[in-house]
Write a protein that binds this ligand. Structure first.
Ligand code: ZN
Length: 133
């Protein structure tokens, strides 16, 4: 068996999310920061995240900021490796989500690369979103 860090280095291109891991307390950090939010250590190394997680809570956005198309769903996602992040959920029928009192809570998601918005010049801007598993 390869050690875990070696495996990540070899497979870096497979990972769409690169975070950091604290070498002092082991906390996985995403998005990147200079210091560990838990122990304030600066000894952090690059860490590939699977991009998989579970929805902790979700909200339907009906009034979108400029360039975004409403309605859409944003969710608080707990990543497999521990960090919580906010992301847009794509590929779901918003009417179905509305009918379910639980919303999307506890659904498994994985990261994908999609159109996020149109910028002020009408050009498509791409970024990361989450798809239900
Ligand atoms: Zn730490």
């Amino acid at each position: 068996m390869l050690s875990v860090p070696v495996f990540w280095r070899m497979n870096k291109e497979k990972y769409k999310m690169i975070g950091k891991k604290c070498l002092d307390c082991g906390l996985v950090i995403f998005p990147n920061r200079k210091n560990c939010p838990s122990c304030d250590s600066q000894k952090l190394e690059e860490f590939g995240l699977s991009g998989k997680g579970k929805i902790y809570s979700d909200t339907i956005i009906r009034v979108a900021p400029d360039g975004f198309e409403a309605p859409y769903i944003t969710a608080l996602i707990k990543l497999e490796e521990g960090p919580m992040i906010v992301g847009e959920i794509t590929g779901v029928d918003i009417e179905d989500v509305e009918k379910n009192p639980q919303g999307l809570v506890d659904k498994e998601v994985s990261i994908t690369f999609r159109k996020i918005m149109l910028n002020e010049n009408g050009l498509r801007v791409y970024g990361l979103k989450f798809l239900l598993e």
